[in-house]
Design a protein around this ligand. Structure first.
Ligand SMILES: *Cc1c(COP(=O)(O)O)cnc(C)c1O
Length: 458
C-alpha cells in the first residue's frame, strides 16, 4: 500500500483556542457591523481569514530570531536574507520592505505613472490599489477557464496570450511599464501558472519589448503545482523550478507573510541597477534604510530560514495536501467549491450555494457570516465587496465569481480542524433555503473598502 503523506514536523508548542456559543457569536457579529475583519481573534475558534502572516515558524526560525543582527546598516541578517533570495530567485538586488504591499508601493513609485496600463492575471487587491491610486489601470488577462469553477483546468492562473497581445497592440509601449504575473494567482483562487505559460508570456512580451515582474507571494506553492502537474517537471526540485520561473522576469515583489513562512515582511528583488537605485530612494522615504526596509534584523534572519523551508518538497506536499483534504471533504458533502482546489485555500462558490441572495446584497459576505455564526470559523469574502467600486463611475463592480475563501494558515491546524470546518459548512448548506436575505452597506471607504465596511441586515 502506498504510504499516505504525513506532516514533516512534530508539534513543540501549542496555543489555546476557545469555542463560543451561537448566541455570543451573533451578538459579536452585530457589534462588528457584520464585517468579520472587525471581530476580535478571541471571538474566533478557527481563523481562516487569511494565510497571510498567520503560520507557525519552525524551531530553526525561532533559533534564527535570537541571532538576528539589529544593526541599522549592513546587518548580518540582511546579508543572510540577500544570499538566500539570490539563490532562490537569481535576482541580484534586494530591498526589504515591511510587507508585500510596501514592496508594491516602492516599486510602483518608480515604474507606474498616470495613465499606464499593467496587464496581468487577476491582480491582487493591494496591487490593484497601488496601480489605481497612481491613476493607472490593471488589465486582467487571465484565461476564461479560471472563471468557471467546475472547469478542471490544471493551471487556472495562466494568462491568455490573445488577451495580452490585444493589450500590447492597443497601447503604445511607453504606457505599459511591465506585465505582472501573480504566482499563484490569489484572486482567481490560489490557482497556479504553468511554466509553459510563463515562457509563452515572456516570448510574447519580448516581441513588444515589455518586461515581466512577478507578484511572488506564493511562488513556492506555484512551483509545487508545476512539479506535480506539468509534464517533464516531475523530477526537478522546487528550488530548480522556482528559479527557472523567475529567470523569465526582471524582478519580483514578495509578501513574506505567505511563502516566506514568517509573520511579517516583504521585499523587492530585481536585476536592473538603475531601477534598484531609484527604488532605494523610495525605500528610504517609505520604509527605512535599504538594508532593513521596515524589518527587524531578527525578522530578516527568520525569513532567510523560512524561504529555504518553504521551498522544500516535503513541507509543500503536507501543506497543499491539507488544503486539498478540506476541499475533498466539502466536495463529498456536495458543496460547490472551485476545482481544482487551490494551493492556499478552498473557495466556495456562493452564487451556487446561496442563489436566493441578490448580488447587491453580497452573497459571499452573507455566506461567510453564516459560517461564522454556525461554528466560530472566520473566512473572507472574495466577491463584490472586495472588488470595490469602479473608480470613475462609482458603481459596484460585480466580479465573475462571488467566492468565500477558506485560507489555511501554514503548519497551524490539524486535519481534525479540517473535519470540523467541513461539517460546519455542511450544516449551513443543509439550512441554505432559510437564508433569504443578505446585507446592505451602511458605511464604506473610498478604496479597499472590504477591510472596514460596515453592513446591516437587508
Ligand atoms: C498578500 C499578497 C500581497 C500583499 O502582501 P501583504 O504582505 O499583505 O502586504 C500582494 N500580492 C499577493 C498575490 C498577495 O497574496
Amino acid at each position: 500500500m502506498k504510504l499516505p503523506y504525513a506532516e514533516p514536523f512534530r508539534i513543540k508548542m501549542v496555543e489555546e483556542i476557545r469555542q463560543s456559543t451561537q448566541e455570543e457569536r451573533e451578538s459579536w457579529l452585530k457589534n462588528a457591523h457584520y464585517n468579520l475583519f472587525n471581530l476580535k481573534s478571541s471571538q474566533v475558534f478557527i481563523d481562516l481569514l487569511t494565510d497571510s502572516g498567520t503560520g507557525a515558524m519552525s524551531d530553526q526560525q525561532w533559533g534564527a530570531l535570537m541571532t538576528g543582527d539589529e544593526s541599522y546598516a549592513g546587518s548580518r541578517s540582511f546579508e543572510a536574507l540577500h544570499e538566500t533570495v539570490k539563490k532562490i530567485s537569481g535576482y541580484q538586488y534586494l530591498l526589504p520592505t515591511h510587507q508585500g504591499r510596501a514592496a508594491e508601493n516602492v516599486l510602483f513609485s518608480v515604474l507606474v505613472k498616470d495613465g499606464d496600463i499593467i496587464p496581468g492575471n487577476s491582480h491582487f487587491d493591494t496591487t490593484k490599489g497601488h496601480i489605481e491610486i497612481r491613476k493607472a489601470h490593471a488589465v486582467d488577462c487571465t484565461i476564461d477557464e479560471a472563471f468557471d469553477v467546475d472547469n478542471p483546468h490544471l493551471f487556472k492562473g495562466n494568462i491568455n496570450l490573445e488577451k495580452l497581445e490585444e493589450v500590447y497592440k492597443s497601447h503604445p509601449k511607453e504606457k505599459i511599464p511591465f506585465c505582472l504575473i501573480t504566482i499563484t494567482c490569489n484572486s482567481s483562487g490560489g490557482q497556479p501558472v504553468s511554466l509553459e505559460n510563463v515562457k509563452a508570456v515572456k516570448e510574447l512580451s519580448d516581441r513588444y519589448g515589455i518586461p515581466i515582474y512577478f507578484d511572488s507571494a506564493r511562488f513556492a506553492e506555484n512551483a509545487y503545482f508545476i512539479k506535480m502537474r506539468e509534464k517533464g517537471q516531475e523530477n526537478r526540485t522546487i528550488k530548480e523550478i522556482a528559479k527557472e520561473v523567475f529567470s523569465y522576469g526582471v524582478g519580483m515583489t514578495m509578501s513574506s507573510k505567505k511563502d516566506g513562512l514568517v509573520n511579517i515582511g516583504g521585499f523587492i528583488a530585481l536585476n536592473d541597477e538603475n531601477i534598484f537605485r531609484a527604488a532605494s530612494n523610495f525605500t528610504i522615504i517609505y520604509e527605512g534604510f535599504i538594508t532593513y526596509g521596515g524589518m527587524a534584523g531578527r525578522d530578516m534572519a527568520a525569513l532567510a530560514v523560512g524561504l529555504n523551508e518553504a521551498t522544500e518538497f516535503a513541507y509543500l506536499e503536507s501543506r497543499i495536501s491539507q488544503v486539498e483534504y478540506l476541499g475533498n471533504r466539502l466536495i463529498e458533502f456536495g458543496i460547490p467549491v472551485q476545482k481544482p482546489i487551490g494551493g492556499h485555500a478552498v473557495f466556495i462558490d456562493s452564487l451556487k450555494f446561496l442563489p436566493n441572495i441578490p448580488r447587491d446584497q453580497y452573497p459571499a459576505q452573507t455566506l461567510a457570516n453564516e459560517i461564522y455564526k454556525e461554528a466560530g470559523i472566520r473566512t473572507v469574502e472574495i466577491g463584490t465587496l472586495l472588488a470595490d467600486r469602479d473608480p470613475e463611475t462609482r458603481e459596484n463592480r460585480y466580479p465573475k465569481l462571488e467566492l468565500v475563501r477558506l485560507a489555511i494558515p501554514r503548519r497551524t491546524y490539524t486535519n481534525n480542524h479540517m473535519d470540523y470546518i467541513a461539517v460546519a459548512i455542511k450544516n449551513v448548506y443543509e439550512r441554505k433555503e432559510e437564508i433569504q436575505k443578505g446585507y446592505n452597506i451602511v458605511w464604506e471607504s473610498e478604496i479597499l473598502r472590504h477591510f472596514t465596511v460596515q453592513l446591516k441586515e437587508a
